[in-house]
Write a protein that binds this ligand. Sequence first.
Ligand SMILES: Cc1cc2nc3c(=O)[nH]c(=O)nc-3n(C[C@H](O)[C@H](O)[C@H](O)COP(=O)(O)OP(=O)(O)OC[C@H]3O[C@@H](n4cnc5c(N)ncnc54)[C@H](O)[C@@H]3O)c2cc1C
Length: 416
Amino acid sequence: MSRLPAIPPRDPAAAERWVAEHLGHLALEGAEGIRRSPAFRGGQSAADAAIEELDVRGYAGTRNEVWPVDRRGATRLSPYIRHGLLTLQDVWGRAEAAPARDRGKFRDELLWQEYARHVYARLGTASAVPLRHEAPPVPSTDGDPWPREMACVDLCRVELRRDGWLVNQTRMWMASQWALRSGAPWQDGEDAFFRHLLDGSRAANRLGWQWTVGTATGRPYGFSRWQVEKRAPGLCASCALRDRCPVERFPDLPKGADVAPPEVLRRDPDPAATGGPELVVREGEPDAVWLTAESLGSSDPALAARPELPVVFVLDEDRLRGWRLSGKRLVFLAETLAEIGEHRELEVHLGSPRRVLAGRRLAATWTPVPGWRRLADRLSVVEAHPWPWLTRPHGRSARSFSAWRKALPADRARGA
Ligand SMILES: Cc1cc2nc3c(=O)[nH]c(=O)nc-3n(C[C@H](O)[C@H](O)[C@H](O)COP(=O)(O)OP(=O)(O)OC[C@H]3O[C@@H](n4cnc5c(N)ncnc54)[C@H](O)[C@@H]3O)c2cc1C
């Protein structure tokens, strides 16, 4: 029997216990080590509260600040955006009244998220290999790729493991330290991020790593003491290695060999297929709404269109076993599902989605990730709702963010 008992709502400790009991054997830390993130709560009401408080005044000047924590200007919306609790369209609109510089910078970042989704929708699993250049051939130090004696690295390591979140600046530090200082394979570092980040997505995480290590652009991001002193003033003073800093100078990075980018990155011959349906496609009467981790918000188009139907969510046991996600990611998901269960009849299953959903007639939101598309092809999705793109995929070049952006409609490309 794959159906799991209901998740108790509005009780973080109960959500932790539920995860430990039912998913503990699949989690990175095992059942005993399941802890929620002290920094984020899952669920639509937490997402709504975060967007209510959104204030991007000053964002352009403070987004990259790292430490002390009260200097940070990052919005921390990413776990909610990643799971569809907030759509990029909603968040874009909320910045309307901000000063032009902050609004422009903030919307640039939302466009980066959309760009990552477009690239992933075009390439699918091919986004796991270097896009335009090999990573610089850095010899391995054979030690821990994130050495704990470095105060800057340790700060990030603790945040990643405890909270499941890092500011963009320190994601670059950690990716650069991993691959370009320690010489460890970048794909392993990407997996390490994916296991912990509450916003971990193959789309944005892969692009972030490819961008940082230079495989997307040929210009690797070199991590050095200079960035730490600028973005975390005072942190180096507490470091055991302050007088023999291993990242004292910018690294002299050899350029990685060119690789031929996938042709579909230059031109997508079928952007309509990449972007999915523009209107609802109805081939029958559904008996349930199928949700996935990509789209768990109350505004999910299929969920909102079918208030009378039960909702079904399947935790893919094989995938979870392979990924070994950290318990805090699973608790975030459980809290989100618990809240859906307060308003809708909800079935949560653990097993094979293909088997659990076989024979059911589903309403679902078409989703631009390869796993969803593969699965949906084998299921009976009788009602497919359009994905809420910020801007629909075009077929022109996506080889770089700037090339991709040039082909957007003027109101999106401008941002401000
Ligand atoms: C190595 C690396 C790995 C990353 N992995 C992920 C990931 O798994 N999931 C993820 O959502 N983002 C990822 N990012 C992008 C970015 O770091 C996070 O989106 C951002 O730090 C989230 O914090 P925030 O919500 O406070 O962002 P803000 O700066 O407040 O930005 C607002 C929103 O814009 C989007 N955004 C901001 N910067 C980027 C960016 N560089 N790329 C794509 N979207 C962006 C996010 O949706 C974010 O919530 C990664 C970046 C790097 C360098």
